[in-house]
Design a protein. Structure first.
Length: 325
């Protein structure tokens, strides 16, 4: 089985998975649709999963990061694609003695200011954190996240126990959408000063009562409360949360700023200017999910080094194919 797992800096990554005893992800396939360059690398001989890929800010070489979050946020491996590619363990984050776990296996990391960001939570507190990885220095740190509280659970092996907040970016700033306690609304928080992790500011509140449908309303005598409860549960498991300054369709003159969410099998859009929700579409298969494709920040200079390969079959019915086994 082959599954697409990420689209990072314009590079598509897929995993070749073997469903056999003691087997899992066997290899990763990466390709740049812009240049048609591709490469295949073996997965590390350890548990865990690929959390991100990134083009190094100065080396122009693509890297992938593997982590084991099933117990604690302790072990990371990085592979620099190219000649003599070897998985290497990076220094354990200096996160005191607190056990820290990634929020969602499928949540995309946010790239800003030369760092990767993702949500985390600790076993000792229900407060959310933001884990930060500096791509240049390969160092980790933690910062506070605003809003939503996690679920207290001593077993952090299940990342879905943390609920109610997602991070993204907004006009070059770190942004968080968090469930506001006691209100049927999402809080949109913006980190005004990146050098000050306490500078989170509530930008706006978004009423999340939208057309959840008659089925949601029928669950309760108060349809607003029922719809809010339904939305809250679905938002906690959202696979995609993106703030799009020019709207989902990229037409600033017509739509303006919009927020795109994948809630289960449904694409939902909130238009900031009109303060209105709408359904955009439905994913036909439960295994499908949205991925944002942005051209690589390094454009054609992003390099797989000597690991770069020529596609096995360049064009079959206007589709590019790659041999992965």
């Amino acid at each position: 089985m082959t599954a697409v797992i990420g689209f990072w800096d314009g590079i598509l990554c897929a995993a070749h998975i073997l469903f056999a005893l003691g087997r899992g992800v066997e290899r990763y396939v990466l390709c740049n649709p812009l240049t048609e360059a591709c490469t295949i690398v073996p997965a590390p001989a350890t548990d865990g999963f690929l959390v991100s890929g990134y083009a190094h800010p100065t080396m122009l070489r693509f890297h992938i990061m593997h982590a084991n979050f099933f117990t604690t946020m302790e072990t990371f491996w990085i592979l620099r694609l190219g000649e003599n590619s070897v998985w290497r363990e990076v220094r354990r984050p200096a996160l005191t003695t607190t056990r820290v776990c990634c929020k969602f296996l499928r949540a995309p990391l946010v790239r800003l200011h030369g760092c990767l960001h993702w949500l985390a939570s600790s076993a000792s507190s229900a407060q959310f954190l933001v884990a930060v990885f500096n791509m240049e220095r390969e160092k980790f740190r933690l910062m506070e996240a605003p809003g939503g509280q996690g679920v207290r659970d001593g077993n952090l092996s299940h990342s879905h126990t943390m609920m109610g907040i997602h991070i993204t970016h907004w006009h070059g700033k770190l942004c968080a959408l968090a469930d506001e306690p006691g209100a049927n609304a999402l809080g949109m928080w913006v980190l005004d000063d990146y050098s000050d992790p306490t500078s989170w500011r509530l930008q706006r509140k978004i009423d999340y009562y939208y057309s959840c449908g008659a089925a949601g309303a029928a669950l309760d005598d108060d349809p607003h409360a029922a719809a809010a409860q339904t939305f809250r549960a679905r938002f906690s498991r959202a696979a995609v949360v993106e703030v799009l300054p020019n709207g989902v369709d990229g037409n600033d003159d017509e739509e303006g700023e919009e927020i795109l969410l994948q809630l289960g099998d449904e694409e939902v859009v909130y238009n900031v200017g009109r303060a209105a929700w709408r359904r955009r579409g439905t994913l036909l298969l439960p295994t499908r999910r949205l991925m944002m494709h942005r051209h690589c920040i390094l454009q054609r200079e992003v390099s797989f080094g000597d690991a770069s390969q020529v596609p096995w079959e360049k064009d079959i019915g206007s589709h590019c194919f790659y041999r992965i086994y």
